[in-house]
Design a protein around this ligand. Structure first.
Ligand code: HAM
Length: 428
């Protein structure tokens, strides 16, 4: 036998048993986004490498070590997108979506990062992301947080915590950066290799080092909150008030700085302890400077992205098989004449009952074998047509899940009413 080819490490197939859950989550998210007035944008999966270098930042884990970068046939450096914000901003500038306008956008799709795979951390993973442009006040951050909370409620997720911080205006962040660099310079002998490298490019990232020795040093580091200017404080306080007004709890986490460079003012993460080490299911914040950084006119912006695999894992942990696909009905064809006519009959049913999910038995088999398949399909009812039923224009409707309900043999025209009464022709 020829050698089998496996999928790439950290990149997974979504098999039919799981894809129903994906669809279920995606459709709920889309519905909520539409309720808040967000419109979908779709951008290419491959972009110029420079886009990510200039937006996410040169001294970040993503750009330094995690991008799938390659030269195309013209010698241009391209990368698989590691996230969606940069592409959204690029597209908005390119197509004139920002100037004197407000935009509420969302997207979904695969992102690629060459990280060390583990549970909840993959090299290809799916994000649903939301980006807003043209809103300077903290109401938009409150809306983003409210919208994500509504989605958790809808999905039945209640074991997530909102962690919140502010990085302040670029000016106050710059002033803080100087104080912080001076602090680390004074303690240079205690810095690990990663921190020494970050000291020049991205000293704030030293603050969320996972190294216990660095964590001890960080305890004594100056706090950004002591260096916030009035504008930064007012913005953050207003956001906290808006969240209080709608009863959303949050935990102030002064160490939260995020792994991408483009943030200013608010940053937030929804985290859970139910998933082990990879507990952040959704993260984002404000990034007012990014549009100008990428060549556009000054445009306030804020957004977030959620990791779909992590959310699905969380739902599985809590709820089992929510959203799994199953047909409404399975059509059994017993007898030679019925088998011949069955294919056309199934098409007629689909034409007459557009909301019905119907699987037809193909490939014959004894009545018992067909019943077994019907049961395995997960369908709620079996529709049985034998030669006698065919001759009389009848169909037998046999409930499969509730054993007490009786089966009925009825004229074809009555099948619709029976299925509708059973709720089999829902439109979801
Ligand atoms: P991020 O924190 O890099 O932010 O990713 C957002 C979410 O994507 C994470 O909280 C996590 O749930 C999921 N995620 C990230 N990496 C992986 C991975 N390797 N495997 C599985 N899931 C993962 C961003 O990407 C920003 N673009 C968010 C944003 C939008 N900020 C403003 N607008």
């Amino acid at each position: 036998m020829a050698k089998q080819i496996q999928s790439i490490r950290g990149m997974h197939d979504i098999l039919p048993d799981e894809s129903g859950q994906w669809f279920w989550l995606e459709s709920r998210a889309r519905l909520i986004l539409e309720r808040y007035g967000y419109r979908e944008i779709r951008t290419p999966i491959v972009e110029k490498t420079e886009l990510f270098k200039r937006s996410i930042g040169e001294v970040t884990d993503i750009v330094e070590k995690e991008m799938y970068t390659f030269e195309d046939r013209n010698g241009d450096s391209l990368s698989l997108r590691p996230e969606g914000t940069a592409s959204c901003v690029r597209a908005g500038i390119q197509h004139g979506l920002f100037h004197n306008q407000q935009q509420r956008l969302w997207y979904q799709g695969p992102m690629f990062r060459h990280e060390r795979p583990q549970k909840g951390r993959y090299r290809q993973f799916q994000q649903i992301g939301v980006e807003t442009f043209g809103f300077a006040g903290p109401e938009i951050e409150a809306e983003l947080i409210a919208l994500s909370k509504r989605l958790w409620d809808e999905l039945g997720i209640d074991d997530v915590t909102l962690e919140l911080n502010t990085l302040g205006t670029p000016e106050s962040r710059r002033a803080y950066r100087e104080v912080l660099v001076a602090f680390y310079e004074a303690n240079r002998d205690q810095l690990d290799e990663d921190s020494l490298r970050r000291l020049d490019g991205n000293p704030l990232r030293i603050l969320d080092s996972k190294n216990p020795q660095m964590q001890a040093l960080n305890e004594g580091a100056p706090s950004l909150h002591d260096h916030l200017d009035d504008e930064s404080k007012a913005h953050f306080e207003m956001l906290c008030r808006l969240l209080d007004d709608i009863g959303i709890d949050y935990r102030l986490n002064l160490r939260l700085v995020r792994g991408l460079d483009y943030y200013s003012h608010t940053v937030f993460e929804w985290t859970t302890t139910s998933l082990g080490a990879q507990g952040t299911v959704c993260a984002g914040g404000r990034y007012d400077g990014l549009v100008t950084q990428l060549g556009g006119r000054p445009t306030p912006a804020a957004g977030f992205a959620m990791g779909v695999e992590r959310l699905l894992e969380l739902i599985r942990v809590r709820q089992g098989e929510q959203g799994a696909y199953r047909p409404d009905a399975y059509l059994l064809l017993a007898g030679e004449a019925a088998q011949q006519a069955g294919f056309a009959l199934a098409e007629r049913l689909r034409g007459d009952l557009p909301a019905l999910k119907l699987q037809v038995n193909i490939g014959g088999g004894s009545f018992k074998a067909q019943m077994k398949r019907a049961d395995k399909s997960g369908a709620d009812v079996a529709l049985i047509v034998g030669d006698d039923e065919l001759a009389a224009g009848h169909v037998t409707v046999k409930p499969l899940r509730d054993r007490d309900a009786a089966q009925q043999t009825v004229p074809y025209d009555s099948v619709r009413a029976i299925l509708e009464a059973r709720g089999e022709t829902r439109d979801d």
